[in-house]
Design a protein. Structure first.
Length: 426
């Protein structure tokens, strides 16, 4: 019977292979024979590493995608505002500084002048004295002081004027001087005696009191312009030439006056065409050269202006009530046809009542504070936005589009919420 082989009976070959390499171990005592250690064969784990890397990369991409979604998300909100279109056709009355629900108007005023040389021939010598008015003051005594007509007054330039009538200046009361108005006339003819309120500086002194205590305590101050002084030859201008030149100057002056009026109308006020009066003054032609004269046309204008919001509330009260207070804009109010009904009696300078007609279409559009709406929308869910929109009575309809499409809430920054408007269909 053959003998069984066991492990101890197998003697390894002396031939060395790559898997049977002797490794010497350091021992405290040298071994008589080398000891061979068999290395374990490593299994291939590369597939597991690739799978793990794939999972990590996928998670990173997802996180970055979500972050970018929040970073680049935006919302476009399309608003259809409430609009009311209607026609105005009626007669209304406005009063200056009106109260108790009446329609009011305010007054603005401008002035201007224009000059032009025309052909002329020298006529007769003309001399006129400048005239005006001053207020006499009595800071000298509690007793009234009398000044007779013809009393000489000297202005700061040394020019002499005379009082035109006898007056009694009331006495002073405590520290308040007594005062009275008196007309004056220049002592001599000539343009140099003309003077405006804004031009003359200093008080008028009473010449007769110079060197006495009354000189500084009895004095006068200009009340009106001093005008009309002239000395020279009156120029003769052909009537047809004068008429034509005057008309041309008035037309040009009217355009300038209207432009000036429009430039001073405050914001949110309306100046309708025809809601003003223009008064012209014509001076006598003045010699400029031997064969020409200067004609001068002056004008002053007073205009009635309306505050737009107050006017619309008055003439379209029922339509305005459809909108919350101060949450609307008005279109067409400046283009309404305006006509004064009491043109002969109306004087803006005197503040008389103004009766007028207005006719034409007008439109009122709802408005709202955009920044406030954006602040209320930021960060909320899309399905909850109707709760916000319903707070604004001036909004007729609203819808929102949020990108990327999978985002279901508004961005957290108001800067990423865009408001667009849609015109309502008629």
């Amino acid at each position: 019977m053959p003998r069984k082989k066991i492990v101890q009976d197998i003697v390894p070959s002396e031939r060395r292979t790559i898997r049977n390499i002797p490794i010497k171990e350091q021992r405290s005592e040298p071994s008589a024979e080398p000891v061979f250690v068999k290395r374990p064969v490593k299994k291939n784990k590369g597939g597991g590493k690739y799978f793990l890397s794939f999972i990590i990369v996928s998670i990173c991409v997802a996180v970055i995608g979500i972050a970018l979604s929040f970073s680049y998300s935006k919302a476009v909100v399309t608003i259809t505002p409430k609009v009311s279109d209607f026609d105005i056709d009626g007669t209304f009355t406005a009063k200056k500084d009106a109260q108790n629900g009446d329609l009011g108007y305010e007054v603005v005023s401008v002035s201007d002048e224009i000059k032009q040389d025309v052909a002329a021939t020298k006529g007769s010598l003309v001399e006129t004295k400048a005239k005006g008015a001053v207020i006499l003051y009595n800071n000298f005594s509690v007793t009234a002081q009398t000044l007779v007509a013809g009393t000489r007054l000297s202005d700061s330039r040394g020019l002499i004027y005379r009082t035109s009538k006898t007056v009694s200046i009331p006495g002073k009361k405590s520290t308040t001087p007594g005062n009275i108005e008196v007309p004056i006339v220049a002592d001599m003819a000539g343009e140099e005696y003309n003077s405006g309120l804004s031009e003359l500086k200093g008080d008028f002194k009473i010449v007769a009191y110079k060197g006495t205590s009354k000189y500084d305590t009895l004095y006068a101050r200009l009340k009106t312009d001093i005008a009309g002084g002239f000395s020279g030859n009156k120029m003769t201008v052909d009537p047809a030439v004068l008429e034509s030149a005057t008309k041309t100057l008035k037309d040009s002056l009217q355009a300038r006056i209207i432009s000036k009026l429009q430039s001073i109308v405050p914001k949110d006020y309306i100046l309708y065409d025809g809601a003003y009066t223009i008064e012209y003054t014509e001076s006598e032609p003045v010699m400029k050269r031997e064969n020409s004269a200067e004609i001068n046309i002056g004008a002053v204008s007073y205009a009635a202006i309306f505050k737009s919001d107050s006017l619309i509330k008055y003439i379209a009260g029922k339509e305005i009530k459809k909108f919350p207070s101060d949450t609307y804009t008005i279109d067409g109010d400046e283009a309404l046809q305006f006509k004064i009904s009491n043109g002969k009696d109306f004087k803006a300078a005197k503040g008389t009542p103004l009766i007028f007609t207005l006719k034409g279409p007008i439109s009122i559009t709802g408005a709202f504070p955009e920044e406030k709406l954006k602040d209320e929308l930021k960060g909320i869910r899309l399905k909850d936005s109707n709760i916000v929109f319903e707070k604004y009575a001036s909004i007729s309809n609203a819808n929102a589009l949020i990108t990327p499409f999978w985002m279901r809430a508004f961005p957290n920054s108001p800067d990423k919420i865009i408001i667009e408007y849609k015109t309502p269909k008629n």
